[in-house]
Design a protein around this ligand. Sequence first.
Ligand code: ADP
Ligand code: MG
Length: 227
Amino acid sequence: MDAEKTRADGRPLVLLDRVTVKDKKKDRVILEVPHFRLDRGETVAITGPSGSGKSTFLKLLALMTNDKLEVEGTYLLEGEPVGDMDPTHLRREVSYCFQNPLLFGETVADNLAFPYEIRGLDFDRDHALDLLVQSGLSKEDLYKGVGQLSGGERQRVALIRNLLFLPKILLLDEITSSLDKENSQNIMAWLWDLRAKEDLTFLLVSHDPEDRAMADRSFPIPMRKEA
Ligand code: ADP
Ligand code: MG
């Protein structure tokens, strides 16, 4: 319902205006975004040299910058100022995926049950199994120990954890850069397939030109001169 309403009234999913992120201690600006608009269903590649602020950009969208950084400017999510939102709730809608994700507990199931636990819901095992299979893992992997997983398997489990309840925006921060070509391609193909089916919105940072070429457009972040 909400999604349709948003589409109908033409509000962007994300609007940033005159946003700056500053390192408080050094009093140094590390990222400046004069203006950024993201519409529902878009996939945008965030590009720029290493250290230009791509991760900071994605983290600020998920309200994940730490307290050493000061964020100023306007950030509206579906027209609402995020300052009025609980960060934990915002992160269910704007979901950040790490290059080296942290898995916890003992088994894959411990990780996939977690999104249900925090919402006070019963674990939907069938849904978790579905996503395991879609991602290229097998149903038996649900009870595998997290210590037995390969890098590619860990990344799939972490992504599933972010996808059991679909966020509005998925922030993909170099998620395949520590994986081999075949694993990377399979994971991206799965995500692209899901994106088409579910009408998801992706922001991605990737060193792989093929990933960037799949995006609808690029948003370059220039290196700051004084950095
Ligand atoms: P990229 O992802 O494009 O490589 P980052 O967003 O990681 O760039 O970093 C941009 C700049 O901000 C770098 O100079 C980095 O050292 C600095 N930076 C990132 N996070 C913090 C932080 N929490 N405290 C201080 N400086 C930071
Ligand atoms: Mg980065």
